[in-house]
Every structure is written in structure tokens, then in C-alpha cells.
Design a binder for this molecule. Structure first.
Ligand code: IFM
Length: 797
């Protein structure tokens, strides 16, 4: 069943009916001022942090999943009927209420029609502002004049700290103080306390937000939640709407809300517009200023245009036209946009990440960056430096880095038991990718502090990451498991050993050798080479299980991911990474990936492991806490799918690589949205596998490492565009039935207009490249040969 479609020209996903199987959401704003909005106008807003800067409420895990939000209630004064400008929360019968939601790049438009009144609400955060607009346009399609009364609604947090607001009611219900100053609502918490601008995390300081309305005269207000909704009312039936007017309540203590009431009369065919502005600061200061900036509706449209141009220009940096339209929708808009949102909010703000996490998880963040480097290289460099300074002088990483609180050189070093074995090794994927994208080779020599003490060049930071894992190697000479090794559930113990991390370490050594060559660091190269040879020996001796690679060892020798295990006897990651790390040769790789196909493939992608864990001691594999077929317990864990695509592409099997890519591509499920349930335009953490009664349903949309790896796999391996230090390699690995692909890529400010021709229906192998009329001898184009604009034709064998 279909609930919407991709409008590629506008870069929008259009939801044509509002009763989607789950709330389908979008994000507004920036890393300064962020917001979530759903197709029914549910959601919440936050400043800097979704955990400690949350100033509006959403009640998590409720029915519906997305309430409350940013609502307009519309009341017909003569008929005494009311509805909302989004289908929910009032929820009029769908035979009478028509609604369409357009989720775009950092904006959402909800258009509805009920009883001859058309409403269209545009929600967005203007660029570089700490406030959001809700712009409402009302049109009367009736033959009679209509007298309408409009009410805004937002519910405020009592404390910007989500935990305090949601749980510590005996305290938080007594610190809110609402006010209305010059018709602007002031939402204050802890207002008698001094503000502490340099200590964002301190929750008991004075904070203010404002809510103002422009374009229509205010005729009433409510700031006390119960006064508006009624003690026994609810969002679908607020007391004030049943009565027809507000009570001008001022909440001091208990719970606050932002309701401004305004009357609008519309002649037949007439349209009127009004704008709400809600943001950070005091009503009489920032509120007044924001209102002044909103002199005319044209101002809103001008800001909106700027926002759309900003986002669309960003996304223009890499686009493709392939024979698969759904690939194009994902690749040109939704996947990079998904990467940007994940980069911005890590795992902290969604309808399921409810703010209990804060800051940037080390491994997740470093991986997330892979998806945005080409879009925002300067911003990404800053973030990369932040993460590098989250590495301690031991070479290991702080598990979480908080951008608003991080003090390099002064952070407490984590306890040995807290280090994850894989964290710093992700730097070997992201740092070279940054340097190759930008050509900023000097970055390797940049000196950055460690989180606790000391400093080093980026090159030496990388060396220390390797040393960290070498030093923490176990009995078999493989890296220790430590607190976790990407898979949070395997209980390897500190001294257990991870074969997956061994492949990461191999990848790190291999990459370090490449960088040493680049920098002319010969002794470092020799150092890395001897460790690489040693590691290869150990992997060969102890990592192989006969038909596939083991997943790990516990310190007492217990194996994970072995034919000796009745459950979870094979894991996907060590197989794909044996190829990514170049440990195995082509022939071995093909054998391994054939085994993967036989053992792990399902309709919706590859299982993370098989069979599921049902009897294994949870002290060995904690994924047993999950029902089988979910999360780390034999689900289709989407984060891992990109690695399998990359592995197949390295092996040159374009048909299989693309088949795997498509199986977890969200857009593929647009027509069966009732099965996938979540948004068909964004990636998710996992899909229920055949072991679950919900086979095919996906969960945890938006904030996931799946986004960056899917994008990286598509751009660097399927389309085969691999930036390098002194040029770019173009080596596609595509399905044989793709005869022509066009790609536009901005690379170091130069436009590459690429046509890939596959007349012989092959899967890979570049026969010839013609660059601006000149024949290139290999699949590598040196930067020196590139002009401002370049016509490139790539002929597949
Ligand atoms: O690698 C982790 C990630 O850090 C958080 N989500 C689950 C993944 C696998 O356990």
C-alpha cells in the first residue's frame, strides 16, 4: 500500500494520506536550533541539545506516537465546529478531511481541506536563526463568508533537561513561570536563578523562550495547559475549543502552553496569512526583535527561498541519473539529507531517541561523517577535529564527546573498562576520506590535543590509535574486545578478542602505510608493515573457522560465530570486512561471500548473524534480551548492509552488490509501506527478519550509521567515484542491466560531468576514460588534468 510519492524536482516526499502506519517525520533547523516535525504536525524543538536544551514537549511512547506538537486549531464561530490544520490532533473523519504533507529539506508543509476551508502551514527555521516559523495560509472555498478563530498550541517543558521535565515532577512543576508581554508569550523556567551562559549543562538556570504572532490581531491567549485543554480534556478536544475562546490564563507553576487566539473573517475565495514565530530568548527582547523582523509575509517567503536554495545547493554537489528512479530519489536527495540529519543529531533526537542520550557517541559520529564530507567539508573538518581531540593520550577514545561541553586537554581519562575496542579505528575511514575529498594533505601534520593531556600531529594520533589496539591484544594476537567492539551485545570481556576488530586494525595498518608513503615517513611505514604481516598471520591461524571467519573469542577460549556454536554461528561483519580490509584475495572473497549469501540472505537484506540467540547465556551474548529477529539478535541490521555491498563491489560483482543495496533501500518499499511501516524516504537501524512475526517492518528511522554507509557504498563503490590524494578514481561496479549512468560531482570546486556507458552489459572494469576529449590510460584522473568544468566518458569493458 502506498501513502505517498517522491517529488524529485522539488526534493520533497509527498504524503497523500495522513493515516500513515507510523508517524512519518522530518527535521527542521540546524545544530544550534533543531526541531522534529511529523506529517501530523507532532514533534518538539530544542536548543543545542535534544536532552538538555529541550523546551517543548512530546510525550514519548504514547498513542499517537507524535503528540503534542505545533498545532493550529481552527474554530468556526458560526457553526461552533473545530478542527486542526493537520489531521491530528482533532482527527476529523478522513471522508471529510483531506490532507497532504510535503516533507522537504529542513521544512514541512501541511495542506488540509475541511468544510470548504483550505489551510496550508509551512514550518521551518530560517537560516542562522534561533527561532522557527509556522506560516499559515487560510483560503475560503465556500460561497458564504466564514468567520474563523485560530488558536496556536505548543506545550512547554518545565525544565530544558528532558529527564527533569519528564520525571522530576515534584520539582519541575514549580519552576515554570509564564507571562504575556505585548502579546508575546514568555515561557520562563527557573527565572529567579542567574543565567549561566558558559555552563550550558547546568539545568537550574534561568531560561526563556517566546511565542509571537504576526499578521492578525490577537484576541486572547492561554499559557496554562489545563486552562486550555481542561483537566479532563485532551489535544483532540480542548476545553477552550469546546467553549470557543481562551481564558487568558497565566501559568505560574504546574504546566505551561503557548496559545495565541486570533479572529479571521474570510469572504468567498479570499486568502489570509499569519505567521507564528517561536524561539529562544525573552519575549521583550528576542521575541520583540523576531517579530520586528517579520514585517510582511513576503519576508517569510524570502527566508524560505534562502533555506531551500541553501539545501538544494548543498545537495547539487553529487547527483546521479541511473535507470533506477528509486535509486535516484534516494541518492540525489534523501540519503545525503538523512546523512546530514544523522550527523547533526547523532542518536539523540527522534521519536524513538527520546533524549536520554546526549552528545556524540564516538564510533557512531566518526562513521556518520563519511556521509557529509563532500557536502560540508569545512564544518566536517571542525567536527573531525573535535572527535580527534576526544581521543585520549592512550590512543583510545572517550565513549561520548559533548560539543557544547568538551574541553580538550582537561577531560578525565575514561577508566580502562570503558574503552570500546573499535572507536578510534573508525578514524582510519574518515580522516583519509576527508583529506582525499579536500586535498588538504597538511591536515595530517596538524597538531591537536588529546582529550586528557598532551598533543600530537593527526598522523601520530592515528599511530596511537593503532598502538592502543596492538597493546591490548589477547592470547591469539588479535585485538581485545574491551567494553564492546561495534556490536554492543557481545560479551567478549576486556581480554576476549575480536576478529572483526582485527580486520579493522588491518584496515588501519594498511591505511597508515598508504599515509606514510604519502608523507614520506619510511620508518613508520616499516613499523606498520611488520605489524600488518604479524596480524595477517594471527588472523589466518586463529580467525578462520573452516568456511567463514569467526566473530570473536572470549578470554577462556569460547568462540563466537563458529560452526561449534548452535546459535549465532555465523556473523556477517567479519566476512565483509575480511574483503574490505584486503586480508583475503579475490577467490577467497568470492567463496566467503557465497557462504554469506547462502546463510544470511533474506528478502529484506542480510542477517547480522544466524541462527538467532534463544538459549545462549546472556552473559555471552546479550542480544538475547531482544526478541529473535530484532536488533542484534539476527535481525537485518541495516548498518551492516553497506559493508556487504562494498565487499561485493570490491569483488567486482555488480549485480549482487546492487541487489543487496536495493534490499535495504527505503524507497524500494514505497509501495509496500504497510509492511515497512516507517518512512520510505529514510534509512533505519534494522528490519525485522524472518525470525520475527513482524518480518519486513523496519525500526529506528533517521539516526543511524546505515545512512552514511549506504551513501558511501553507492557513491564510492556502485558509482565508483573514489576521491584520492592527487585526483579521483572512477571505477563503477554496477548491475549489468544499467546501460548508461550520468553523474555530476563537484570535486575540489571543479565540476565533473560524467557519463558511464555499459554497452556490453558488464558489471565492472573500466575499458577507457575520455576526459575533455583526451584518452586517459587508467581509471584514475589526476587533479592536474581537471579544468573548471569537465566532460568525462567512462566506458565499461
Ligand atoms: O555499533 C552500535 C552502535 O554504536 C549503536 N547501535 C548499535 C550498534 C551495534 O551494536
Amino acid at each position: 500500500m502506498k501513502f505517498g510519492y517522491f517529488d524529485d524536482r522539488k526534493k520533497e516526499y509527498v504524503i497523500t494520506r495522513p493515516d500513515t502506519p507510523k508517524s512519518w517525520s522530518n527535521y527542521l533547523g540546524s545544530t544550534e536550533y533543531g526541531a522534529i516535525i511529523t506529517n501530523n504536525a507532532g514533534g518538539y524543538s530544542f536548543y543545542k541539545s535534544a536532552a538538555q536544551g529541550r523546551f517543548t514537549r512530546l510525550r514519548f511512547n504514547s498513542i499517537p506516537m507524535d503528540q503534542p506538537g505545533r498545532y493550529f486549531y481552527i474554530y468556526d464561530i458560526d457553526k461552533k465546529d473545530f478542527w486542526s490544520a493537520s489531521w491530528q490532533p482533532v482527527g476529523k473523519p478522513l471522508e471529510k478531511f483531506k490532507s497532504e504533507c510535503r516533507h522537504g529539506t529542513a521544512y514541512t508543509v501541511i495542506r488540509s481541506e475541511y468544510d470548504d476551508i483550505v489551510s496550508e502551514t509551512l514550518y521551518f527555521v530560517p537560516l542562522n536563526k534561533n527561532y522557527e516559523y509556522w506560516h499559515l495560509k487560510l483560503t475560503n472555498r465556500d460561497t458564504e463568508k466564514r468567520k474563523l478563530r485560530i488558536f496556536t498550541y505548543v506545550e512547554y517543558a518545565n525544565n530544558w533537561n528532558i529527564q527533569q521535565d519528564m520525571n522530576n515532577l515534584q520539582y519541575s512543576q514549580f519552576i515554570i513561570k509564564m507571562d504575556v508581554i505585548d502579546n508575546i508569550i514568555d515561557h520562563g523556567t527557573n527565572v529567579f536563578m542567574p543565567p549561566r551562559p558558559d555552563d550550558f549543562q547546568y539545568s537550574d538556570q534561568a531560561r526563556h523562550t517566546f511565542l509571537a504572532l504576526s499578521g492578525s490581531k490577537i484576541t486572547g491567549f492561554d499559557t496554562d495547559r489545563e486552562a486550555f485543554l481542561g483537566t479532563y480534556g485532551n489535544y483532540s478536544k480542548p476545553l477552550a475549543l469546546e467553549r470557543g475562546f481562551c481564558s487568558n490564563s497565566i501559568a505560574v507553576g504546574d504546566n505551561g502552553c503557548g496559545v495565541l487566539q486570533t479572529d479571521i473573517a474570510l469572504n468567498p475565495g479570499e486568502t489570509k496569512e499569519l505567521t507564528v514565530v517561536m524561539g529562544i530568548g525573552k519575549a521583550e527582547e528576542e521575541g520583540r526583535k523576531a517579530l520586528q523582523e517579520l514585517s510582511h509575509p513576503d519576508k517569510v517567503y524570502a527566508e524560505f527561498r534562502k533555506l531551500v536554495d541553501y539545501w538544494h545547493n548543498r545537495l547539487e554537489g553529487l547527483t546521479a541519473e541511473t535507470p533506477d528512479e528509486l535509486f535516484n530519489s534516494m541518492f540525489n536527495t534523501w540519503n545525503p539529507y538523512n546523512c546530514m540529519i544523522t550527523y547533526s543529531w547523532s542518536r539523540a533526537a527522534s521519536l524513538v531517541y527520546s533524549g536520554e542520550r546526549d552528545g556524540l557517541g564516538y564510533r557512531d559520529t566518526v562513521q556518520d561523517m563519511l556521509g557529509v564530507l563532500h557536502l560540508i567539508p569545512d564544518e566536517a573538518r571542525e567536527r573531525l577535529e573535535l572527535m580527534i581531540t576526544g581521543q585520549t593520550s592512550t590512543g583510545g577514545a572517550m565513549p561520548v564527546v559533548k560539543p557544547f561541553a568538551h574541553k580538550p586537554g582537561c577531560e578525565t581519562r575514561p577508566d580502562e573498562r570503558e574503552y570500546r575496542s573499535d572507536d578510534c579505528l573508525w578514524l582510519f575511514n574518515t580522516i583519509p576520506a576527508y583529506v582525499k575529498e579536500t586535498g588538504d594533505v597538511g591536515f595530517y601534520n596538524k597538531i591537536l590535543p588529546y582529550s586528557d593531556e598532551g598533543e600530537d600531529t593527526v598522523f601520530m594520533h592515528l599511530k596511537r590509535a593503532i598502538e592502543f589496539n596492538l597493546k591490548r591484544s589477547g592470547k591469539h594476537g588479535l585485538p581485545c574486545g574491551l567494553a564492546a567492539d561495534w556490536n554492543d551485545c557481545l560479551q567478549l570481556g576486556h581480554d576476549g578478542e575480536s576478529v572483526f576488530v582485527a580486520f579493522q586494525l588491518r584496515y588501519a595498518l594498511h591505511t597508515f602505510i598508504e599515509i606514510s608513503d604519502l608523507l614520506g615517513e619510511h620508518s613508520e611505514k616499516q613499523w606498520a608493515l611488520s605489524h600488518l604481516n604479524n596480524l595477517d598471520e594471527n588472523i589466518k591461524k586463529y580467525g578462520w573457522d573452516g568456511e567463514w571467519f569467526l566473530r570473536a573469542y572470549r578470554a577462556d577460549g569460547l568462540k563466537f560465530g563458529s560452526k561449534e556454536n548452535d546459535e549465532a554461528s555465523i556473523f556477517l561483519n567479519p566476512q565483509s570486512w575480511s574483503i574490505i580490509s584486503r586480508h583475503v584475495n579475490q577467490e577467497e572473497g568470492i567463496r566467503i561471500m557465497d557462504t554469506v549469501k547462502n546463510r544470511l540472505l533474506t528478502d529484506y537484506g542480510l542477517l547480522i548473524c544466524d541462527p538467532p540467540v534463544e538459549n545462549t547465556d546472556p552473559n555471552v551474548n546479550k542480544s538475547r534480551v531482544f526478541n529473535k529477529g530484532m536488533k542484534e539478535n539476527a535481525s537485518i541490521f541495516n548498518h551492516t548492509q553497506g559493508w556487504a555491498v562494498i565487499a561485493e563491489a570490491i569483488l567486482g560483482r555488480g549485480n549482487i552488490a546492487y541487489d543487496y543495496y536495493k534490499r535495504f533501500m527505503p524507497a524500494r518499499y514505497n509501495d509496500t509501506a504497510e509492511i515497512r511501516e516507517i518512512e520510505p524516504y529514510v534509512y533505519s537501524q534494522f528490519t525485522h527478519s524472518k525470525y520475527s512475526p513482524r518480518y519486513g517492518a523496519s525500526r529506528l528511522p533517521w539516526l543511524t550509521g546505515t545512512a552514511s554507509w549506504a551513501y558511501f557504498a553507492a557513491s564510492q563503490y556502485i558509482l565508483g567515484l573514489q576521491p584520492d590524494y592527487y585526483g579521483i578514481k572512477i571505477s563503477p561496479c554496477i548491475p549489468s542491466y544499467w546501460n548508461k549512468v550520468s553523474v555530476k560531482r563537484i570535486f575540489r570546486k571543479k565540476l565533473l560531468d560524467i557519463t558511464i556507458l555499459n554497452n556490453n552489459k558488464k558489471e565492472c572494469g573500466v575499458k577507457q576514460i575520455i576526459l575533455n576529449g583526451e584518452k586517459i590510460e587508467s581509471d584514475f584522473i589526476p587533479i592536474t588534468k581537471l579544468k573548471e568544468t569537465n566532460q568525462i566518458t567512462v566506458y565499461i569493458e
